[in-house]
Design a protein around this ligand. Structure first.
Ligand code: IPE
Ligand code: IPE
Ligand code: MG
Length: 255
């Protein structure tokens, strides 16, 4: 029997009767959390206030993904290119990460969430690395949503690291060159063992990937919105899932 989650009331403003099919929930949602700076600028606030508001938006979305039974949520929080920003902005972002992990750990753990990270965290300040490792160690046996925080993450950097690791494995005799296939590459990425994202959501009006999940996005559905990340609410998530459920995914075949 089809199991619908009615969202008519919440989407009244849009005049749409949206219902999510709970039997066809995406397994993996990835979000490029963009627009914090512009959100702050519109309010004549410093950019860092936009990032603070952006962290607030994370809480509701993680909770909603958890309760909808989504298995993986990947949040793009800091790219390999974001080091180009001022020292002040970078350190504010790093501090917010530490605060987020400290403030949210208890509730995330109670909600059965695994707090994971992707990207090369060895370049992050020690305190961030330690908090991320602790969060993962203390939640890795949970069985609910896996929350992937993408930090110092770049799709090209991830593929480059995978290539180097595969080369090492060949030298060590763990892999034979003739056996290298797509699975070899996928299993050397930070997302090893995880399904590819079904939807990639980008708020803020930009329509680009900005080096996010380049290998994994081969057949992802893209969903863009002009809403800036600090204003992104569960209604927007519902609309993205609803639209996803109404798309025709062919994976190169013919229906
Ligand atoms: C996204 O918001 C957060 C990070 C990249 C860390 P931005 O800071 O990119 O916000 P805009 O794009 O300047 O509005
Ligand atoms: C992408 O946003 C990275 C994150 C949201 C963490 P950016 O704001 O850095 O991307 P560009 O510069 O607009 O492409
Ligand atoms: Mg941006």
């Amino acid at each position: 029997m089809l199991n619908f989650f009615r969202l008519k009331k919440e989407n009244k403003a849009a005049g749409e009767d949206i219902h999510i099919d709970l039997d066809n929930i995406p397994q993996h949602i990835a979000i490029i959390m963009d627009g914090n700076g512009r959100w702050a600028k519109e309010r004549m606030l410093p950019r860092t206030m936009g990032h603070k508001a952006g962290v607030e938006a994370i809480r509701g979305i993680v909770k909603e993904c958890s309760s909808l039974g989504i298995k993986y949520l990947t949040l793009y929080a800091f790219s390999t290119e974001n080091w180009k920003r001022s020292n002040e902005e970078v350190s504010a972002l790093m501090n917010l990460l530490v605060q987020y992990l400290r403030n949210e750990f208890k509730e995330l753990n109670e909600n059965n969430v695994i707090i994971n990270h992707i990207g090369d965290i060895s370049k992050l300040p020690q305190v961030c690395q330690q908090e991320l490792k602790n969060a993962y160690e203390n939640t890795k046996n949970n069985t609910g949503l896996t929350l992937n925080l993408a930090l110092n993450y770049g799709g090209r950097d991830e593929i480059l690291r995978a290539v180097k690791n595969i080369y090492e494995d060949i030298k060590d005799g763990k892999i034979r060159e003739e056996n290298i296939d797509e699975n070899t590459i996928a299993s050397h990425l930070d997302t090893k063992g995880m399904p590819d994202p079904d939807i990639i959501i980008r708020p803020s009006g930009e329509q680009r990937l900005s080096n996010f999940l380049l290998w994994q996005c081969a057949y992802s559905e893209f969903w863009y919105s002009n809403i800036k990340w600090p204003d992104f609410k569960k209604e927007h998530l519902h609309k993205a899932i609803y639209d996803f459920q109404n798309r025709d995914r062919r994976f190169g075949g013919v229906k």
